[in-house]
Structures are given as C-alpha cells and as structure tokens.
Write a protein that binds this ligand. Structure first.
Ligand SMILES: Nc1ncnc2c1ncn2[C@@H]1O[C@H](COP(=O)(O)OP(=O)(O)OP(=O)(O)O)[C@@H](O)[C@H]1O
Length: 269
C-alpha cells in the first residue's frame, strides 16, 4: 500500500458563507469496537448538488455515509464521535429522534431491497405508518415519486403488482421513489448502481441528475466514470481519512495530491 502523508490534505472549504450547506461533519470519528475506521473527517455538502465519495475498498466511504443518518447506530459496538450538523442541529447528539431525522435524510442501499409488497405499498408504507390515510395524498405521492424516479410510464398500469417482479434497475428506481416519498432534504446512496447492468445504471444516473433539482445527494461509488458523469463535488477517501475534496472536474483533471491522482488514474492498489 502506498505511503501517504496525513498532513497532506486538500479539503475544499465549501462552508465559506457563499454556498448553502445542507449537511456537514466536523471531526467525525467512527470505531467498530477497538478499530477506528474513520479518523476525524470534516466535510460540508452543498445543497442541490451531487457529491461523490470515492476511494479504494475499505477506505471508509460506506462507514462515513452510514454515519450521516445514523445507520451505524444499528451496528452493535459502533461508536461515532464528532458533529453531524443539519439545519443548525447536531444530529449525532443524544436528544435526537433518529426516526424523525431519517425522514429528512433518506438512504438507498447497494442491493435493491423493495418490500415483498406491491409497488404502491412500497411507496406508501412509511406515509401510512405516519398516519396518512387520505387516498388522494397517497395516490399523488405514488405518481410524483415514480415520475421523479423515472419509473412511472413503465409501471403506472401495474401499481398493485409485486415489486419483486420488477427488474433490478426498476427495483432500484422504486427504492429511490420510496426514499423520496417522505420528501427528505438529503438522499444518501451507497453504490446504488453497482449491481445493475449498464442500461439500468444509465437510467439510475439520469434519475439522480433529475433529482438534484430538489435534493442534496451524497453517493458512494467505485465507478470513476460515474463519479465524473454525475457529481459536482468529489471527496477522496484513503485509509479512513478524507484526503482531498474539491469540484469533481478538478479531482479528475488536476488532483492536488498523488494518492488522489493514483486512484483516479487507476494506478492504486
Ligand atoms: N460492520 C462492521 N464491523 C466491523 N468493521 C467494519 C464494519 N463495516 C466496515 N468495517 C471496517 O471498516 C473499514 C472501512 O470499511 P467500509 O466498508 O466503510 O469501507 P468502504 O470504503 O466503503 O469499502 P467498500 O468500497 O469495499 O465498500 C474496513 O476496515 C472494514 O473492515
């Protein structure tokens, strides 16, 4: 593994007062038992932009992403310290209603994971759990989210069919529709296209480009072309640190540090 100088960090300070920051972390550390996987990462995510988290396997991208809406709370023995700031609130605090917070910060996972229910039920599940019974509101949500996820035309006549009958790419777009049904501010996606074929990947990418009009998106991806195609900003993770963070075109054309250059040019391993 290539050596690197930990002091060598080029983290663009987006939080300069000129942009609207939707979410940020300040000195975030994450440990699994005695193993610290994230060593104090401070990043700010601009509103209505797509930020890609890239880096080699095991560099901590998923661990960091999962922290952003406290999914690591579900893993026994995990400790997260540092601040996660959302709307002026440290959502890593003890007094946070995590369930409520996740309505604002939604997540889509690598494997499409629709419930074994109909397309309609998948999308309306959380709303109904929150007490919404009005059919017109539920119908409107189903249509709106499926349109935003680019799936409406394909499934509008089959809304009461099982979601499990959809293709992998369609299932993933349904999971995106489900994630936006609660109208979150922020969408976290952990390699949402890595198990999909190129055509489905392209449709998911198109969907994300559409969604950034309304949502702030943070996406983990191993696919450099994908990061280059869809993201505005890119953070390069290396051995549990964010080493470089800048506009994507700069990360890909003029990275400031060698570890980033090696990774984006495929010379890293
Ligand atoms: N649930 C867990 N329990 C213990 N250790 C974990 C757990 N999840 C991740 N780790 C460890 O944390 C470190 C970072 O892993 P993480 O999955 O966040 O990296 P990653 O960059 O997302 O990797 P990949 O690209 O392979 O998904 C690794 O050393 C990994 O072994």
């Amino acid at each position: 593994m290539q050596e690197y100088d930990k002091s060598e960090r080029y983290l663009k300070d987006l939080d300069d007062g000129k942009r609207e920051i939707a979410l940020s972390t300040d000195d975030l550390h994450v440990s699994y038992g005695t193993h610290e996987a994230i060593h104090g990462v401070s990043l700010a995510f601009e509103r209505f932009k797509i930020t890609a988290l890239i880096g080699a396997s095991g560099s901590g991208k998923s661990t960091y992403l999962r922290s952003l809406n406290r999914m690591n709370d579900n893993i026994a023995g995990t400790k997260v310290t540092g601040k996660i700031m959302y709307r002026g609130l440290d959502i890593n605090g003890n007094n946070i209603d995590v369930y409520e917070m996740r309505k604002h910060i939604g997540m889509v996972f690598q494997q499409p994971n629709p419930f074994a229910k109909s397309i309609y039920e998948n999308i309306t599940f959380a709303l109904k759990r929150h007490g919404e019974k009005r059919k017109d509101v539920l119908d409107e949500t189903v249509e709106r989210t499926l349109k935003q996820a680019g799936l409406w035309k394909q499934v509008k006549d089959d809304l009461h069919q099982s979601a499990l009958a959809l293709s992998g790419g369609q299932q993933q777009r349904l999971c995106i529709a489900r994630a936006i049904a609660m109208k979150p501010d922020i969408l976290l996606l952990d390699e949402p296209a890595s198990v999909l074929d190129p055509v489905s990947t392209a449709t998911v990418e198109d969907t994300l480009m559409e969604l950034k009009k309304d949502y702030t998106i943070v996406i983990v991806t191993h696919n450099m072309q994908q990061a280059g195609r869809i993201s505005d900003y890119t953070a390069f993770f290396h051995l549990g640190d964010a080493l470089e963070y800048d506009e994507t075109r700069k990360i890909f054309t003029r990275p400031k540090i060698k570890a980033t250059e090696d990774y984006v040019s495929g010379h890293f391993g």
